[in-house]
Design a protein around this ligand. Structure first.
Ligand code: ADP
Length: 249
């Protein structure tokens, strides 16, 4: 793998919380255009890694580069502007607004304007076409004028992804995209992730291993803050240390 094929990379990423090392010397290379999964038993350090990569947490040591540029010292907003965007939580969806309106607001946020509550329709109308394209991209065209609060859980997740896409990320970090979902929604969101990965890189933390097996090009397995194994699903799932970590807790 040449450096050009790597979009995001971490070297020696470490996070200590008062005497406890949650992430310990993690090296990670995410290939451009891939779907890369971060898995591991509870407490392995997956969420902490995500927070470090997006700088929601400051690393104790280590280095992070994106497109060859050192981003270790940047703030989360600056990292988002470079094109690394973490999916918003569903709670960030405005329940009283329609699907389309939610995406229009995200588009306006990308432009850096604050939302104008006195002239919402006037200001937002200019984003209509682009917002509709994003809504179509996530398969919600039929529900564009439905209230976001009335959507099923899986469709709220799709809307959340649409608002993230509005920021035109080169790389998306998805934190447990299938959490709490019924199988029907898992199938729908899997198809959506595969579709949006066509021209973006995706790094996801996901507990549903059949989803991981189905979607991931590459998998990094963490346990106790360290990388246990990395490779394809076939490779990591047969790794003795990985089996031990999952079975032995
Ligand atoms: P995972 O997402 O893989 O379940 P986490 O990254 O959430 O793991 O947590 C890794 C370890 O770090 C856990 O033992 C957790 O208790 C600890 N940890 C996470 N955040 C903090 C914090 N803010 N302060 C102290 N310990 C933390």
């Amino acid at each position: 793998t040449s450096a050009q094929d790597t979009i995001l990379s971490a070297r020696g990423l470490t996070k200590r919380f008062a005497g406890f090392t949650a992430v310990n010397g993690v090296d990670l290379d995410v290939r451009r255009g891939s779907i890369h999964a971060l898995i591991g038993p509870n407490g392995a350090g997956k969420t902490t890694c995500f927070n470090l990569l997006t700088k929601f947490l400051q690393p104790s040591s280590g280095r992070i580069t994106f497109n060859g540029r050192d981003i270790t010292a940047l703030q989360p907003a600056a990292i988002a502007r470079l094109g690394v965007v973490r999916s918003f939580q569903i709670s960030a969806v405005f329940a009283q607004m329609t699907v389309l309106e939610n995406v229009r607001i995200a588009l306006q946020r990308r432009r850096g304007d604050s939302f104008d509550f006195w002239r919402p329709q006037k200001v937002l109308a200019q984003f209509d076409d682009e917002a509709m394209r994003r809504v179509e991209e996530v398969g919600l065209a039929d529900l564009a004028h439905a209230q976001a609060g009335d959507l099923s859980y899986g469709r709220k997740r799709a809307l959340e992804i649409a608002t993230t896409l509005a920021l035109e990320p080169e790389m998306m970090l998805l934190d447990e995209p299938m959490a709490g979902m019924a199988q029907e929604d898992v199938t729908r969101i899997s198809a959506l992730i595969r579709r949006i990965s066509a021209n973006r890189t995706i790094l996801m933390v996901e507990h549903n291993l059949s989803v991981v097996a189905d979607l991931s090009d590459r998998i990094t397995v963490l346990a106790r803050g360290e990388v246990l194994a990395e490779g394809s699903y076939a490779e990591v799932s047969q790794h003795p240390k990985v089996i031990e970590a999952y079975i032995g807790g």
